[in-house]
Write a protein that binds this ligand. Structure first.
Ligand code: SF4
Length: 338
């Protein structure tokens, strides 16, 4: 049964249209002076700033180092040259057999549905991805179906982006119907940060096409800090679970955001309370512009070793690294202190 929609809630597209687009707009909402912040004009030209207001509402008033703010605030430090960081750290360009398809792993393909997101995360490993060349027009979805037909070994499609939930449900619904019709497919995975930054994205229309799909649906959310998960997120996750969706989370280990034992423990605990299972915690992908978020692999392993001492196994995300050319993600063992 599809839950009754709360008609008083603003539509997600309205909240998206009202997203913050500059530090000048954001700072007064947080009681911060723009003058105390680093210059950001060049960084904003390279990668625009975009932050929905429901996400801003979870930032701590007056805290210039708020972990949510750090993830979205443009900073000209991004423009400093950084040896060893590249525009395509995962070499996805080498696995892009046709427009909008990334085929790295044998039995699943990733479809770049759109280049846009509801939030621009400064550390994003796809911040330089050539989305313009990979934008999938409505009618080009047929080429994805053709590709799948030619690759019967593929049993899972991952909708990614950008953020696939930026597409309207009136666009997504027909695409999912075409995927439903391919007997080889078992699962549909959706990678999205939208329900975190605008929980109202989980609405009646979305639940309708989910309920109509024969595929097992896995929603992999992206959140990095416990403060991102509030009651509104938890309520929407409950609706997804009622519809049979498996809800997981993947995060990225980021300097100044979640690089402490307490932050990691709190994130896993809060996710579980909201009905979300921690899945992956990725080490940083060396993307040009994001070097100030980077932490060494050995630091990550030591940190997660200490986290493992505090959490039950089912709340421990797998610490992982994507190494270009590898046939699967590389899972890194936490370093235990004794
Ligand atoms: S939502 Fe995801 S894809 Fe979009 S900018 Fe953030 S990390 Fe990148």
């Amino acid at each position: 049964m599809i839950p009754i929609q709360n008609t008083t809630a603003p539509h997600w597209s309205t909240e998206l249209a009202q997203a913050i687009k500059s530090p000048a707009e954001l700072m007064p909402l947080l009681g911060l002076s723009e003058q105390t912040l680093p210059p950001a004009a060049q960084a904003m030209t390279s990668f625009k700033m975009l932050v929905p207001r429901p996400f801003v509402a979870r930032m701590e008033y007056g805290n210039a180092n708020d972990p949510l703010l750090r993830q979205v605030l443009a900073d000209d430090i991004e423009m400093l040259p950084s040896a060893g960081y590249s525009k395509d750290p995962l070499e996805e360009g080498n696995h892009n057999p046709q427009k909008a398809i990334v085929h790295k792993y044998e039995r699943r393909i990733l479809v770049i549905t759109t280049g846009t997101c509801a939030v621009n995360c400064r550390y994003c490993f796809r911040r330089h991805f050539p989305y313009g060349d990979n934008q999938l027009a409505q009618k080009e979805w047929d080429s994805v179906i053709d590709y799948l037909t030619q690759h019967p070994e593929v049993n899972e499609v991952i909708l990614s982006g950008g953020d696939p939930l930026m597409l309207k449900d009136s666009q997504l619904g027909p695409h999912i119907e075409k995927l439903n019709a391919l007997p080889q497919l078992k699962r549909l995975r959706i990678h999205s940060r939208l329900p975190i930054v605008i929980p109202n994205r989980i609405n009646h229309e979305l639940l309708e096409w989910i309920n109509n799909s024969r595929l097992d649906i896995i929603l992999v959310l992206h959140s990095n800090h416990a403060n991102e998960i509030d009651q509104a997120v938890a309520e929407k996750v409950a609706l997804l679970k009622q519809a049979g969706v498996t809800v997981l989370n993947q995060g990225v280990l980021l300097k100044g955001v979640n690089d402490s034992v307490e932050a990691q423990v709190d994130l896993s605990e809060r996710l579980f309370s909201a009905g979300i299972l921690p899945y992956y915690m990725f080490t940083f992908d060396p993307i040009e512009g994001g070097a100030h978020f980077d932490l060494s692999v050995s630091f990550a392993q030591r940190l997660m070793g200490q986290v493992a001492e505090k959490l039950p196994g089912y709340l421990m995300p797998k610490l992982a690294k994507e190494i270009p050319g590898q046939p699967a993600k590389t899972v890194l063992a936490p370093t235990l202190s004794r």
